[in-house]
Design a protein around this ligand. Sequence first.
Ligand code: PEP
Ligand code: MG
Length: 590
Amino acid sequence: MSSDSTKSEVIFEGIPASPGIAHGAGFVYRKSELEVPEYQVPVDARPAEIKRLGDALIKTRGQIAAIRDQVRANLGEDEAQIFDAHLMVLEDRALITETERAIETSGKNVEACFNAVSQRYITAFAEIDDEYLSERASDIRDVASRVLHALLGKTSETLSEHLGRHVVIADDITPSDAASLDRSAALGLVTASGSKTSHAVIVARSMKIPAVVGVHGVLDQVVSDEDVIIDGYEGLLILHPSAETLERYGSLREEKQVFEQRMMAAVNEPSVTLDGVAVPLRANIEKEDECQLVKDHAGEGVGLFRSEYLYLAVPKVPTEESQYMSYRTVAEAFGAAPVVIRTLDLGGDKPMSGAPHLFPREDNPFLGFRAIRFCLKHVDIFKTQLRAILRASAHGNVQIMFPMISGTTELRQAKAVLEECQEELKREGVAFKSDLKVGSMIEIPSAALTADQLAQECDFFSIGTNDLIQYLLAIDRVNDRIAHLYEPTHPAVLRMLKEVVDKGHAAGIKVSVCGEMAGDPVYVPLLLGLGVDELSMTPPLIPAAKFLIRAMSMKEAKALADGALALTSGAEIERLCLQFYRDHMAEATG
Ligand code: PEP
Ligand code: MG
C-alpha cells in the first residue's frame, strides 16, 4: 500500500503492547449493542409484522444450519450439537405464538414484542437452579440475538468474520475475539482501551500480531480502509503515513528482522548462564494448536496452559472427552518435558460468551467470581476438567496448577476435588499419573504472604505477576487510564517476589514466573537474581530471553537484584534493569 499524499500524517500515541510493525488498511470494528426500537403499528399492518417474524426465523434457521455444518466439519459432532439445540429454540411454538399474540394485543412492532417475550424466557430459564436448564437461557439469548439482527437487517458476525488483511482498530476486543483472529487476516491491533496485560493483548503477543493499546479517541478519527502503520515497539498508530515515514518504517522493519534472526540463530542452544546455571524456559499457551509454535522457539515444555481458552469461544462448556483430547495432544507433543495445565481461570476479563448465565455482571470483576472461586462453586464443571487433565496425564509429564489461590483453605478444597476425581477414575479403571505434581499460582498478595504455609502443601509455585502486581498495587490491569502506574519494578513487587522465592526454596520447592514480566528481557536478569528457578512466556519471546541468559552470569544477576532491592523507587529500579539489559545486549551483539 502506498501513502495518500492528499491527506496529512497524524500520529496517535498509545501503549506499546505487542512488538512489531504493521502497515495496511485499517478496519474499524465497533461491537454494537443492539438497540431494539419500539413503536405502535396500525391494525391493518399487523399481519405484515407477523410475516416479518416468519421471514426472520427462516433466515436465522439458514444461518444456524450453515454454522452447524461448518462446526461439524471443523470440530466434530459433539460441538455441532449445540446448534441443533439452537435450531430447536427456533422451532419453539410457545416463543413464536406468544410473540404473535403480543403483536396483536399490544399493537407494538415485531422487534419489541419478540425482544420482550424472549427476555422473559431467558430470565425464567436463567433462574432455574439446574445446570442443564439454566444453560438453555444462553441458547435462547444467542438465538434471540440472531433473530433480532435479522429483523433489523443487521449482521451479527464476529470480528473474525469481517476481516480480510486489515489492521484492526477497536474500542476494545474480548479475549475470545482475539483467540478467534486469523494471523494472516489481522495484520495488527489497535485498541482505544486496554493495557499490556489484558488477556486479548497477551493473545496478540503469542500470535506475533503487533499491537498498540490505550489510544484514546482513535475511533472518532479513523475510518475503515484508511492507510495506517502501527509501531508496536513505541506504541504509535500513524494515520496516512507520509512517504518518508513509510521509508523509515521499511528500514526499521529490516533492522528488527536482522535482530530477530540473530536471536533465532541461538534458539536451539542450551539456556545456561555464563557461570553454568541452567534456566528452563517454558511456554505459555492458550490452545493445543500452539505446540509447533513452542517447538519452533525451543520452549522446554509448557509452563502455563491457559485452559480457559478452550471454553471462551465455544457455545457450551466443553465435554470431558474434547478437553481430554486437547490436553493429551499437548502432553504427547512434549514427551518428558513438563506440561503445566492451569485449571480454569474464567471470569475477570474472561467470561465465557457461550454461557453468560454463569457469569452475572459484577462491579469489580477482577475482585469477583473468578478462577478457583468459580470452580469451587461449579464443582461439576471443575470435575469435568480435572478428570480430563488426569486422563491426559497418562500420556506425558502433565502437572496441574490452581489459579487465584488465596491461602491454604482454597488449596485444600481444590486438592480435595482433585482427589475425588482420582478416586473415581481408579474405581472406573481409567489410567492416570498417580504422582502428578500439583502447584499453586501465587498471584494474590495473601498467597504470597502465606507462601511458607502453601509450600508445605504443594509441589511447586508459579508466580502470576500480571495479577500479583494488579492486586498488590491496586491497579486494574485492563484500565488504560492508570496503566502508567502499573510498575513491575515497584519496590513492593520486588520484596514480594523475593519473599515467595525464599519461602518456596526453604520448603524445597521450585518457583517459576509465568506472568508477562518473565518474557520481558529487561526483567529477566532481575527475576533470576531474585532466585526464580524457571520462566514461562509466550513462545515468540523465548529466543531473546535465552540470548540474554547466555550472555550474562548468575553472579551479575544476583548483584543486580541486590542493588535493586536497595533502591526506593520503581523508576530507579527500571533504569538499573534497562542499563543491565543494554550493556549485555550490546556486548553480545557486538
Ligand atoms: C498472571 O496473572 O500473571 C498470569 C500468568 O495469569 P493470567 O495472566 O492468565 O491472569
Ligand atoms: Mg493471573
